[in-house]
Design a protein around this ligand. Structure first.
Ligand SMILES: *Cc1c(COP(=O)(O)O)cnc(C)c1O
Length: 389
């Protein structure tokens, strides 16, 4: 059976172009880029190219790019750096819909002497900006707001927020893991101080991340040791993955148009047809301000886990709310923060596409979903008493 992969916000296929460029660095080109000999130094030169490629993708300077081990490390490094650079400030602002990489860190800091404000969202997942601005204070060390939400695809006005936050002299960080490659990013005319990226959401391998650090931003390293990454992140470089990330950055630029035209059209077709063919279904999130590849659809009165199991029988991969919450019966914190009713949050499925999806795959999913939903609803005690059709 063929796998139909529509779970690209969880992880993506490593592009063959990326693999090809990485392979020599697992075999012949194993030198340490810090070595004095040419054998290692040549690897160092290739890392320089990779850094330039990532910088180009972000409209940044090469020295503003730090390679890390993942998106989570970039988020943690950024927030810790900001609070250590401002040791007398004890307040942090973030949102109620962040990825656990930021949300759990916020909760952890709240238990360790920090005051943490979590900005709420409305029913469409839009941030309460007045609430955010009202809570900025002289005690605020950092504001961290994700660029786009991984569960609903909702895009947040981070540039506008960054400008307001900077006006108060406060550091602004954004988790852009889901935004990069899907919407244009240009750090050259941005007020954002720090930005997190993850390779495996961008057709590079798992285990490589990027932290963009604006020149002049006060920084305290998280990993202390050797002089790698200009002393800002010690540890011998993950050379093959960094080189893969550089290639993936180039591809992301080349594919940006396809994401926003063909992939967007496929997502729209999937969504429109499912809403037409399945009663009691609705979109979670802000349809007017969304990533081109993501749709989160609530199928009322049934369980997302059940839907995923039946989809799996056809080889269709998607996610129920959040991959991080699946396995537990708690609806995702994002849908709860939006006030999605219990009966809808439970039956929510996130389809997240990539440039590798085809129209045939979309048609197959459109064809199979209605009977999957109907089968589950026939067995659901909640559906019996609530159907409108
Ligand atoms: C996946 C993801 C992360 C975590 O990235 P890792 O590389 O898996 O640590 C952080 N933020 C968002 C929005 C994500 O989607």
């Amino acid at each position: 059976m063929k796998t139909i992969y529509m779970d690209n916000n969880a992880t993506t296929r490593v592009a063959p172009e990326v693999v090809e460029e990485m392979l020599p660095f697992f075999s012949d080109l194993y030198g340490n880029p810090s070595s004095m000999h040419a054998f290692g130094g040549n690897v160092g030169a290739t890392l320089k190219t990779a850094r330039e490629r990532v910088a180009t993708l972000l409209g940044a300077l090469p020295e503003e790019i730090l390679f890390t081990s993942c998106g989570t490390e970039s988020d943690s490094t950024a927030i810790h750096a900001a609070i250590r650079a401002n040791p007398d400030k004890r307040h942090i602002i973030t949102t109620r819909v962040e990825h656990p990489a930021v949300k759990s860190l916020g909760e952890h800091l709240a238990q360790n002497g920090y005051r943490v404000t979590f900005v709420p969202v409305d029913r469409r997942g839009r941030l309460d900006l007045d609430f955010l601005y009202r809570n900025l204070s002289d005690d605020t060390a950092v504001v961290s707001v994700m660029w786009a939400n991984n569960e609903t695809g909702t895009i947040f006005p981070v540039e506008e927020i960054a400008r307001k936050v900077k006006d108060r002299g406060i550091v602004f960080h954004s988790d852009a893991v889901q935004a990069v490659g899907k919407i244009p990013i240009n750090m050259a005319d941005s007020a954002i101080d720090m930005l997190s990226l993850s390779g495996h959401k961008l057709h590079a391998p798992k285990g490589i991340g990027v932290l963009y650090l604006r020149k002049g931003t006060r920084f305290a390293p998280f990993l202390v040791g050797g002089h790698q990454e200009a002393g800002r992140r010690a540890g011998t470089e993950n050379t093959a993955s960094i080189i893969g990330m550089g290639r993936a950055a180039q591809l992301a630029m080349a594919w940006l148009r396809d994401e926003n035209t063909r992939v967007r059209a496929l997502r729209d077709k999937l969504e429109t047809e499912l809403l037409k063919r399945v009663p009691n279904a609705m979109i979670n999130g802000d349809p007017d301000n969304r990533l081109p590849n993501t749709t989160s659809i609530a199928f009322e009165f049934i369980e997302g886990e059940g839907i995923l199991l039946l989809m799996d029988q056809y080889g269709i991969c998607a996610s129920s709310g959040s991959a991080c919450t699946s396995g537990s019966l708690e609806p995702s914190h994002v849908l709860r923060a939006m006030g999605v009713p219990f009966t809808a949050a439970h039956g929510s499925i996130r389809y997240s596409l990539s440039i590798y999806n085809t129209e045939e795959e979309i048609d197959f999913v459109i064809d199979k979903m209605p009977s999957i939903i109907e089968r589950l609803r026939r067995m659901s005690p909640f559906w019996q008493g609530n159907q409108s059709a």
